[in-house]
Ligand binder design. Sequence first.
Ligand code: HEC
Length: 152
Amino acid sequence: MKKLSRVLLVACTVAAPMLYSATAAAQFAKPEDAIHYRQSALTVMATHFGRIGAIVKGERPFDAATVQADAALVASMSKLPWAAFGPGTQGGKARPEVWSDNAKFVQASQRLEGDVAKLQTAAQSGDIAQIRTAFGAVGASCKNCHDSFRAR
Ligand code: HEC
């Protein structure tokens, strides 16, 4: 009997995550986990984007390798937040429109990813003028989404 209950316990422990992954919000056990995850990814992305900004604004000396490394991190991080805005994860500073006008939100996230890819190409060119232009486009992409989807 003892042995059977241990088997049942193991079976339940294995089944629970499988049930979670059957739904869209799946990767996160609780909505708070999704909110924390997306805010963290956005914060790290913003940190590396800001470092490029300091160079573009002449506050830090231009160094091509540093810009390339920061642009690569911005590109990686820019792919992460969106999966954490799944159904039932309303909250944080996200406006309800993220869910009620989701197609537009997805479009805004794709625009960002496209602009970030161009920033990465510009970073690889090592040309500060190209980097500055691409940086401006990414900044406009951030603002475009925040204007509609982030609470002030
Ligand atoms: C597709 C929409 C979208 C794009 C594009 C976007 N953001 Fe956001 N951002 C949001 C939303 C929504 C929130 C609020 C998230 C929350 O609190 O759950 C947010 C929150 C943030 C936060 C606050 C995180 C926290 O800890 O509260 C920072 C920083 C941020 N964004 C920076 C940026 C930067 C920098 C860019 C561009 C490189 C950018 N975002 C692009 C939608 C976007």
